[in-house]
Design a protein around this ligand. Structure first.
Ligand SMILES: *Cc1c(COP(=O)(O)O)cnc(C)c1O
Ligand code: SF4
Length: 344
């Protein structure tokens, strides 16, 4: 590795044209997208290749370096690797596992807008994610139909303006923070002009998989808005939270953000009382409260991650035995047609 003197860096920075993309965008563009490379980098032998290629053909591999660096090499059972490693099992069809498990197609009144629950709307702010999680319930989501233009955003904003029951706008995706700060600032500037809107919520995994995403440009628009701010992170295992992630959480908190986390209960990844306890403890060290523990949505290609309901209830009972109440996430399922998440 080449070390440069601070003076050199400074001159280098000054010479940079204003259009230099932020560091996180380069990391996003440089994410691993090749199953063979993922296997090679983690020291997985050739036997993993065909399955990885088959899964990748269904839902492409995407793993940023910052996330990869937290995995143990030569360990196919690493809990971070298993979240992102495509497998041949993804090609199996399982009764009850479908492409749109949450029937979101039925609740899309405008392009990029999902309104299922009273008082809050979900805005599909970016069609892409920084990481492709194999269990993702939107792995088949028709993002091409849900990528609104500015004019369509204006129409969506008009519909929010006309509905005083909406208190909260939730930026979702994909990963909303995969959008540029310019786009996000544009949107938030308009949202905060809607008088009945009180809260801005952002559901994102980017501060976890690329902690550099929480940079000054992001903190500028986020810190400036009059809306109350909640960021719901998505972390499934304590090993995901390294010092860089803690730093990102600290920066968000300093900007006035309430930090929550949602996890998905995943076979072979976090389906143990000790593992989930360590996750809650580590989250709180980073200043994050556990919010939801979701059972798996029955999305085609992810059946091998399923944990039966009875086992899920037992796990959470086990958490209640050892953790303070505020570190026990709510165990929920999303059932299409229901007005909220359903407690198990
Ligand atoms: C999960 C979800 C929300 C948020 O639900 P909360 O219980 O408030 O966290 C809102 N809209 C949609 C469409 C959702 O799927
Ligand atoms: S970050 Fe969230 S939306 Fe994106 S692939 Fe993972 S689970 Fe799906």
């Amino acid at each position: 590795m080449i070390t440069r003197s601070p003076a050199f860096l400074q001159r280098h920075d000054e010479a940079k044209p204003l259009v230099t993309p932020p560091a996180w965008q380069a990391q996003l563009a440089g994410a691993i997208r090749d199953p063979a490379e993922l296997c090679r980098r983690l020291g997985l032998n050739e036997a993993w290749r065909p399955g990885a290629e088959a899964g990748h053909a269904l839902f492409e591999v995407r793993v940023p370096e910052a996330f990869l660096s937290r995995m143990r090499p030569n360990d196919p059972s690493d809990p971070l690797l298993r979240q992102v490693m495509p497998l041949g099992e993804e090609a199996l069809t399982t009764p009850g596992y479908v492409t749109d498990p949450l029937a979101e197609a039925m609740h899309t009144p405008a392009k990029g807008l999902i309104h299922k629950y009273a008082g809050r709307v979900l805005l599909i702010t970016s069609p892409t994610c920084a990481v492709n999680c194999r269990y993702c319930f939107r792995r088949h989501f028709p993002y091409d139909d849900n990528s609104p233009s500015r004019a369509q955003w204006e129409a969506t904003l008009d519909s929010l303006r006309g509905d005083p029951t909406i208190r909260e706008a939730i930026l979702s995706g994909g990963d909303p923070l995969a959008a540029s700060d310019r786009q996000l600032a544009w949107l938030v500037e308009r949202l905060e002009k809607i008088p009945h809107l009180k809260r801005l919520r952002i559901h994102t995994r980017l501060p976890v998989v690329i902690p550099d995403r929480v940079d000054n440009a992001l903190l500028e628009w986020l810190g400036a808005t009059r809306l109350q701010k909640v960021v719901v992170l998505h972390i499934n295992h304590a090993n995901e939270i390294d010092d860089a992630v803690v730093g990102a959480c600290e920066r968000l908190k300093a900007a006035g953000v309430t930090l929550l986390n949602q996890s998905v209960l995943l076979r072979g990844i976090n389906d143990g009382v000790d593992t989930l306890t360590a996750l809650s403890e580590r989250l709180f060290e980073a200043g994050v409260l556990p919010y939801y523990l979701h059972v798996l949505d029955p999305v085609a290609g992810a059946a091998h991650f399923d944990v039966p309901d009875d086992e899920a209830r037992e796990l959470v009972a086990g958490l209640r035995d050892v953790l303070p109440g505020f570190l026990v996430p709510k165990l929920v399922r999303e059932i299409p047609g229901e007005g909220s998440k359903t407690p198990l």
